[in-house]
Design a protein. Sequence first.
Length: 139
Amino acid sequence: MKRRKFLGVLGILPPILFSCGKDEFPDRPTIITGKVIDENDMPVVGLKLQFSGDYAKGLSLIPIFDVIGETNKDGIYTISHMVDYGRTTFKPFSDTNYDLMTKYNIYVWENNKYEQVGNPVGPIINGETNTFNFQLRKI
């Protein structure tokens, strides 16, 4: 009898511990904004940035959304999306204009200076305005 009870608790406990209902997410959009400059403090035009979301299903990640933003003539970008479940990531990414793997390093403004960052950038606070200012430096 004790063994059945224990196994029953094991079957019920994981969904309780790891469930994440929609009530836990904000009711307003997540906004990511900022400015991108180069090593000469000039605006970087046309850099693409990706805000995406997914959730885990077994060992797989299932995409939920993928929003692409781009810097304007002043190097400014804004991305907005309503996030109501899953986990989110944000990152600048390479394309034909900006090869972030072999031609540029990317830095983010933190602690009153530009520090080299990994990809993705974060953390993202859903339902809030998140600001990330970047600097691209040629390798």
